[in-house]
Structure formats: structure tokens, C-alpha cells
Design a protein around this ligand. Structure first.
Ligand code: PLP
Length: 382
């Protein structure tokens, strides 16, 4: 059909799946006359709260905003330590430093690449206030172990569920166990609103975060004054502006409804990769243990360095020769300039970080796209 010169278009590592439902909801918002945080944000929060069975939810401008608010609401600050993996996105330790606390990096487990509960326990000191777990690629970490660890030591458990909006472990949903949990809706996430995030969890903490994320304007004081006049508001704490506008929430609401379908689509692609990539020498595929309903945000493979190929040479060949995008999750944070002062010994993180590559795995991919990735990988290997 196509001429030899017709190279297929670049297949990106990820691409949003937006349909007429999102378009309609945004139009409805634009025409309603209410553009900033309002009824659509409330509906989005309700959908998340009901699905997760959490006490409260607050839709915010990004997952980073949710992380920042989580730490502020918990009163974490100077002198405090927060245990986190280094094998995560920089937003986590960045916000820890922003509130004046110190990130403490603990190592991950080799199979799931999630924070290792044993290593986290070893990292607890008299200054530790919270454990910030992350569900790598959509595969929930050992939530039961971390809940117990946090309770035994009187620590806060915060789930970075940026990758795990629709994932379970032993029947328990990611994002529903921590005192607080955060979700991400950036353009290349599980679902997207362009930019956006959500903070969910304990009533008292989310209420505090809501106050802090709305300038510190105490609307209950405002209501007590018995007037809706804007001159009557009270600021009880110096806050920030982190709310999610309704134009954004309109997209998020419709994307949220599509979570089950998106997970199914990703799981189908992952099953094809599992089958067709098994046995390639030096290529390790993501294993899923019993009891895990994987959110399948990432399809992360590990590529052993060898004279014939390395992670970087495979990524380059896919991009330059085959026009296929991949991504690396993550550059370990302790290797980034702002964090090189942090003392840590993380052999499992180092091992994974040198090998990890994320293959395209998202609902907007066609069956042909998947075959294209497989064909390219087989060409690269043999
Ligand atoms: C993307 C991401 C974040 C930050 O999300 P933003 O919405 O871009 O602020 C935090 N944690 C993890 C694990 C992420 O992947």
C-alpha cells in the first residue's frame, strides 16, 4: 500500500486517549459560565472518593501540588525525615525539601521495583515522620506491610499512587490504604487532564490540605459571618493556590469513567508483550505475583548490559531506526545534582536504573502499533 519512502509516523512512548465525551464535558463547562474550581471539580472529587472508599478527596493543579499539600497538611517540616524510594520521580523529594524536611532514600525490591519494606524499616530514625511509598508502574507495593510498619512506629503512610489509579493488591485498592494518597493527571499518565492531580485520604488531613490549597481562606469562618460578601473572608493560615479549575475537572471526570477500559486495553497489550518477548536473551519482563491486579501504567523491561546491546543502544535503535519512542523510569533521584549530598547505599536501585526501559503500552495504541514494537525489538535483538 505505502511506498518504500513512506516511513510510518513516529510512535510515541505515550499519547493521551481523549474522545467526544471529554470534548462534550469541556464544552458544557465553557458554556456554563463557571470555569474555575466549582461543580465539575466537586463531581470529580466525588467520583474518586466513592470509587476508592476514602474519606475525602481534593482535586488540585498537579500531583506535585498534592504531594506538597500532603506534607504541609501533615505538619512535616524542618528536622523531620521522610522515607522514600530514590527510584521515583523528583517531585517527591523536591516537595520534601520544599517543606524543609529531609528525604531519606531506601532501596527497592528487585522484582516489583517498589520500596522494600525491610529497607524502609531499617531507615526509620527518631526523626522519621512519614513513609512515602510509590506503586511503580501501576503495581501496588506491599501495602499491608507498610501500613503495619507505619502504625507500629506512629508514622504517616503516604501513597504516591501517580501510576496506580486502578490497581489492587490482595483485594485492597492502591490509594485507599495510606493516611493520604496522591494521583497524577499529567499528559503522559494513566489518565490525563493535561495538568492535574488529586489528594485523597483521611478527612482531617484532606480538610487541612483544602484550606492550605485555597490561600488559607477559611470558608467555615466565612460562613459563620453569615455573608457571601467577598470582603468577609478570613485567612487563618498563609496558604497557596492549588485548586483544579472546572475546565480541567471536566476532562478528568470523563477520563476517570474510562479507567476500567483503559486498564483492560493496557493489560491486553502487556499480555501480547509477555507472550511475544519471552525468551529474548538478556531481556527481563515484568512479573506479576498472585494477588496483584496490576494497573499496567508502565510496561517496564530490564535489559542486561552486553557487548551486543545495552538499554541505551536498544532505546536509540528503536527511536532512530524504527521510529518508536520509549522512556526510562527513572533516573534515580540520588544521582541528580540536587540530591548528591544525600547519603545512601542503594544497590538494587542502581542495578534496575542501569537496565530499565518502558515500552509503549497505552490505550491509544492500535494492534498494528503493538506488532510494530514487537517487530522492531526482534530486529534489534537478532
Ligand atoms: C508524574 C509523577 C509525579 C508528579 O506528577 P505531576 O502531576 O507532573 O506533578 C509524582 N510521582 C510520580 C511517581 C510520577 O510519575
Amino acid at each position: 500500500m505505502s511506498a518504500v519512502a513512506d516511513r510510518p509516523p513516529f510512535l510515541p512512548w505515550n499519547r493521551p486517549a481523549i474522545g467526544p465525551e471529554e470534548e462534550q464535558e469541556v464544552l458544557d463547562t465553557l458554556r456554563s459560565g463557571w470555569l474555575t474550581a466549582g461543580p465539575k471539580a466537586v463531581r470529580f472529587e466525588q467520583a474518586a472518593r466513592d470509587d476508592l472508599g476514602v474519606e475525602d478527596a481534593f482535586a488540585v493543579s498537579s500531583c506535585t501540588a498534592a504531594l506538597h499539600l500532603a506534607l504541609l497538611a501533615a505538619g512535616i517540616g524542618p528536622g523531620d525525615e521522610v522515607i522514600t524510594p530514590s527510584f521515583t520521580f523528583c517531585a517527591v523529594p523536591n516537595t520534601v525539601l520544599q517543606v524543609g524536611a529531609a528525604p531519606v532514600f531506601a532501596d527497592i525490591e528487585p522484582t516489583g521495583l517498589n520500596l522494600d519494606p525491610v529497607k524502609a524499616a531499617e531507615a526509620i530514625t527518631g526523626r522519621t515522620r512519614a513513609i512515602m511509598v510509590m506503586h511503580y508502574g501501576g503495581r501496588p507495593c506491599d501495602l499491608a506491610a507498610f501500613r503495619k510498619l507505619a502504625d507500629d512506629h506512629g508514622l504517616l503512610l503516604i501513597e504516591d499512587a501517580a501510576h496506580a489509579l486502578h490497581a489492587w493488591r490482595d483485594g485492597v485498592r492502591a490509594g485507599s490504604v495510606g493516611d493520604l494518597a496522591v494521583f497524577a493527571f499529567y499528559a503522559n499518565k494513566v489518565i490525563t487532564t493535561g495538568e492535574g492531580g488529586m489528594l485523597v485520604g483521611r478527612d482531617d488531613l484532606v480538610q487541612r490540605a483544602r484550606l492550605l490549597g485555597r490561600h488559607g481562606i477559611d470558608s467555615s469562618v466565612w460562613q459563620r459571618h453569615g455573608t457571601r460578601s467577598t470582603a468577609a473572608y478570613e485567612v487563618t493560615v498563609p496558604g497557596l493556590k492549588y485548586t483544579m479549575p472546572d475546565i480541567t475537572a471536566a476532562v478528568g471526570l470523563q477520563q476517570w469513567y474510562k479507567l476500567p477500559a483503559f486498564t483492560e486495553a493496557r493489560a491486553r497489550i502487556a499480555a501480547v508483550y509477555d507472550r511475544e518477548l519471552a525468551g529474548l536473551p538478556g531481556l527481563h519482563l515484568p512479573a506479576v505475583e498472585a494477588g496483584v491486579e496490576h494497573g499496567r501504567f508502565l510496561y517496564p523491561v530490564l535489559i542486561d548490559p552486553a557487548p551486543a546491546r545495552s538499554r541505551d543502544s536498544v532505546a536509540e535503535a528503536l527511536r532512530e531506526v524504527h521510529g518508536i519512542g520509549t522512556s526510562v523510569h527513572f533516573q534515580p533521584v540520588h544521582r541528580l545534582a540536587a540530591y548528591r549530598h544525600v547519603q545512601c547505599h542503594l544497590p538494587v536501585t542502581e542495578h534496575a536504573a542501569a537496565r530499565q526501559l518502558s515500552l509503549p503500552c497505552y490505550p491509544a495504541m492500535t494492534a498494528d502499533d503493538v506488532q510494530r514494537v514487537l517487530g522492531a525489538l526482534h530486529t534489534v535483538w537478532f
